[in-house]
Design a protein around this ligand. Structure first.
Ligand code: ADP
Ligand code: ZN
Length: 602
């Protein structure tokens, strides 16, 4: 097993559970595998497919996913193909013939194709195993339900001897049971791996308004040249606005949402996969068909409506295991809007509960990863060190006066204002509505002049979280003081707020701390590494374009980084790098080694 892993995939060891899962299939037994995105599910069926006689049938719901996996297998010298409606009839006929001759080790099919081939092709070839990828599509409870998946119980009936392995990254308990039941798995073993993705950093920015978001995003991207990422937005128009802002700043950006034509969407997706654009601004419609392993960051422009959504979306970063960053903007206006959606939805209680868990995450002042993992039922007993709370633990101060100013303004307007008006009053802005309503005559008008509006929005979120006021969603989102709020207002209790730390001040205080303190496992690159990395990237792109495949199919970012630090100068050394199998060694060794030799001498 290890030899095959090294020869074909270039890896020296298995990740947790992979070996057990592979043994289960090799013993011709059924299994269900739950692993996070990037956890290494593919090897769990690809390796037994290589070790067993015959052809493995992989059922996959999306043609783009099939394409990506087939390209990745072929790039490792493994005979694989995809039978689907995108191919011409000749292509499909050729592929069928190769299968009949026993030449194909892995055959990818859509669920529709599986059902139509079941009495023909599948009966005529020797089958090694069935892999059902994205198995949550089977369940009506899951979010990507596909009716064709429900007819797959037929596999167990027709081919009782062929092992089935079902795999998914998202399955709660109901879905899990549903998968086992619908596939009629025989005495299956369920493998659940940790959902932790330690290579993803987690950061939340609270209370930012649009202008500040734009600036933060620009800084973020400029600091990450050539690194591509996804910005998730709540609405179609937001994706377009954010994309426009980036394009105006010279950043190549594509737009993806359900309102665009299939052609436009495909183009956006392909441009992103092939590194022709650096950024995609997208609604949640984007991502399911994306296997791109070198997405280096994910930004949430708006608050997602549940932790499941959030985790799945950030999970699209760093599939190759390299350090990747995620950033979530959390603002009061998003919270208000999402609460309204949840209130108006048919499953009001569930949706409100999900949103409130999302909110707790965004407001957390303990390690965020612990909150995420506990949401998915995992207990962790140490802080992660790779989230903003771990890196900059919140500091508090007595904020009673600030809270009193806000609450007092709410009371003096008869609790008939929303947050924007509240900030206008506190800042003493003389706009038309203020004057019309006579708010400029209030005692609290301008009482919060000393605090910038962006900080006010942050404090208001904190005050809401502390329960001093509520939002009346059925009354134009007006703010209403609670009893504990009254206690603060009348001086019967004190309010503690968290000090707002803006990027600038964090950077300053960081500089003061010695570098030794940084415990992060980040590899430190020197300048030469960087130069070499850039040159290697160019070579990789050239090789990828020649074969018409995405760059990460040629070599992953992780391999490229290993090359730039380890700098192999012989083909033998090149082949020893983790992630380079025999086939890639033969195919690319000479090109890369020649380049590295040249760069090292310079
Ligand atoms: P998933 O399908 O679970 O999202 P993949 O199968 O695409 O994840 O694997 C994610 C990444 O991890 C890929 O780049 C893969 O090559 C790599 N990987 C998988 N197994 C191993 C291993 N044993 N050692 C090192 N890297 C691995
Ligand atoms: Zn943490």
């Amino acid at each position: 097993m290890l030899r095959t892993l090294k020869t074909y995939f270039g890896y020296d060891s298995f990740r947790p559970l992979q070996e057990e899962i592979i043994n289960q299939t090799l013993a011709k037994k059924d299994s269900l595998v739950l692993m996070p995105t990037g956890g290494g599910k593919s090897i769990c069926f690809q390796l037994p497919a290589l070790l067993l006689e015959g052809t493995a049938i992989v059922v996959s719901p999306l043609i783009s996913l099939m394409k990506d996996q087939v390209e990745a297998l072929q790039s490792n010298g493994i005979a694989a193909g995809a039978l689907n409606s995108n191919n011409t009839e000749t292509e499909n006929a050729n592929l069928r013939r190769e299968c009949l001759m026993g030449k194909i080790k892995l055959l990818y099919v859509s669920p529709e194709k599986l059902l139509s081939e079941i009495d023909f092709l599948l009966c005529d070839i020797q089958l090694s195993l069935f892999a059902i990828d994205e198995a949550h599509c089977i369940s009506q409870w899951g979010h990507d339900f596909r009716p064709e998946y429900t007819q797959m119980s037929i596999l167990r009936e027709k081919f009782p001897e062929v092992p089935i392995i079902a795999l998914t990254a998202t399955a709660d308990k109901i879905t899990r049971t549903d998968i086992l039941h619908q596939l009629r798995l025989k005495d299956p073993k369920v493998f659940i791996s940790s959902f932790d993705r330690p290579n993803l950093s987690l950061t939340v920015k609270r209370g930012y308004q649009q202008k500040e978001k734009s600036k933060t995003i620009l800084d973020f991207i400029v600091k990450r040249p050539h690194q591509c990422g996804i910005i998730y937005c709540m609405s179609r128009s937001k994706t377009e606005n954010v994309a426009k802002m980036l394009q105006e700043n010279g950043i190549k950006t594509a737009i993806y949402h359900a309102g665009r034509s299939v052609m436009e969407r495909n183009k956006a997706q392909n441009d992103f996969i092939n590194d022709k654009v650096q950024v995609v601004c997208a609604t949640i419609a984007f991502g399911m068909g994306i296997d791109k392993s070198n997405v280096r960051w994910v930004i949430h422009y708006n608050l997602p409506k549940s932790i499941e959504n959030y985790y799945q979306e950030i999970g699209r970063a760093g599939r190759d295991g390299m350090e990747s960053d995620t950033l979530l903007f959390y603002s009061l206006s998003d919270l208000i809007l999402l609460s309204k959606f949840a209130h108006d939805s048919s499953q009001q209680n569930i949706n409100l509960e999900k949103l409130s868990r999302m909110q707790q995450y965004a407001e957390a002042n303990i390690c965020r990863r612990r909150i995420l993992l506990s949401y998915f039922g995992e207990t962790v007993n140490k802080d992660c060190g790779n989230c903003d709370v771990c890196k900059n633990p919140p500091e508090r101060f007595d904020g009673t006066i600030i809270v009193q100013k806000a609450l007092s303004a709410i009371v003096r307007t008869n609790e008939e204002i929303g947050t924007t008006m509240l900030v206008d009053i506190l800042k003493g802005f003389n706009n038309a509505e203020v004057i019309e309503k006579g708010y400029n005559k209030l005692k609290t008008f301008g009482a919060g002049r000393d605090i910038p509006p962006r900080d006010w929005y942050d404090y208001l979120l904190q005050i809401l979280q502390l329960g001093y006021f509520e939002i009346a969603y059925n009354e134009s989102n007006h703010l209403k003081i609670t009893n504990s709020g009254r206690d603060i207002l009348f001086g019967k209790a004190k309010a503690t707020l968290v000090i707002i730390k803006r990027e600038e001040s964090i950077i300053k205080s960081k500089k003061k701390k010695s570098i030794k303190e940084s415990k992060s496992e980040k590899i430190v690159y020197d300048n030469l590494d960087n130069t070499i990395f850039e040159e290697l990237r160019v070579l990789r792109k050239k090789l990828a374009d020649e074969q018409n495949v995405p760059a990460y199919i040629v070599l992953s970012d992780k391999v490229l980084h290993s090359l730039s630090t380890l700098r192999p100068i012989s083909i033998e050394e090149f082949g020893n790098i983790s992630g380079i199998g025999e086939y890639k060694k033969e195919r690319y060794g000479k090109d890369f080694v020649t380049l590295i030799n040249k760069l090292v001498k310079e």
